[in-house]
Design a protein around this ligand. Structure first.
Ligand code: ZN
Length: 150
């Protein structure tokens, strides 16, 4: 038998379907969003920081979260960018605007889509409001996007 040092390389695509639990904290947030169009944040029992999206322990002091806080949904645009690079996992066709919105009453920024506005219409510090999907499924995109406050 003839010896060879040839190394063969095969290209394949792996697809790994999976599912995961959102857990009790994020599930409560998503259910309120889906069923009542309510945006719930959560407050740290020790240092008082208010997180949106909610989490089970504080990133600053590691204390457990204590109280749910219902927010109005209005907030301030902290930063934004225009996305031009298309990826199949993105929720919108490019170009679209992605921003960080700090909702009134929250201490953390929520990354989300910005709609009903072009880049020239936006300024850091401007007030925004949420627009909800008509058919909500228990997903962060039940908030369709944030738009300039009317
Ligand atoms: Zn804390």
């Amino acid at each position: 038998m003839k010896q060879t040092d040839e190394i063969l390389v095969f290209k394949q695509v792996l697809q790994v379907p999976f599912e995961y639990s959102a857990g009790p904290v994020v599930s409560k947030f998503l259910v309120a969003l889906r069923d009542e169009k309510k945006i719930l944040a959560i407050k740290c029992a020790k240092c008082g920081l208010v997180y949106l999206p909610p989490r089970s322990t504080c990133a600053k002091c590691s204390a457990p979260m204590a109280d749910w806080v219902e927010l109005s949904g209005r907030g301030t645009l902290e930063t934004f960018t225009v996305v031009h690079y298309p990826e199949p996992v993105q929720p919108m066709k490019t170009p679209y605007i992605l921003g960080v919105v700090k909702l009134d009453g929250a201490d953390t920024g929520l990354p989300h889509l910005i709609g009903e506005a072009e880049e020239k219409d936006l300024k850091v510090g401007m007030k925004l409001e949420p627009v909800f999907q008509e058919n909500r499924t228990g997903h962060i995109l039940d908030i369709k996007y944030f738009r300039p406050l009317k």
